[in-house]
Design a protein. Structure first.
Length: 109
């Protein structure tokens, strides 16, 4: 997940009602996807056999996808997990470095 500080600022900042609503919608969508995880995982297994290079080359892709759903958590714990993921994404250093390098590259063009 990539969510930079500029995106949060565009929603009015970390304390704004819009950012709070955004996080709420994200968590709600995450739990809806988790409830449909068996369908999604089965469709992914079918795609693994399709010959699509990026999907077919990694045999553990289905397990990685299943891990992302965190099916070991109940809905409330999944909300907390996903909110933590959002917060980590906003404060991640690497995307900020990439953005800075990109800005420098654009400046020197």
């Amino acid at each position: 997940m990539k969510l930079c500080k500029e995106m949060v600022e565009a929603m009015g900042g970390a304390e704004s009602q819009y950012y709070t609503r955004f996080k709420s919608y994200c968590c709600e969508a995450y739990n809806i996807l988790r409830k449909s995880s068996s369908l999604i995982l089965n469709l992914f297994k079918l795609m693994e056999r399709s010959g699509i290079p990026d999907i077919s080359s990694d045999e553990s892709g289905g397990l990685k996808l299943q891990e992302k759903f965190r099916l070991d958590l109940d809905d409330e714990d999944a909300i907390h997990f996903f909110q933590d993921l959002i917060n980590e994404s906003v404060s991640a250093l690497f995307p900020q470095m990439v953005e800075t390098i990109h800005r420098w590259a654009q400046y020197w063009r």
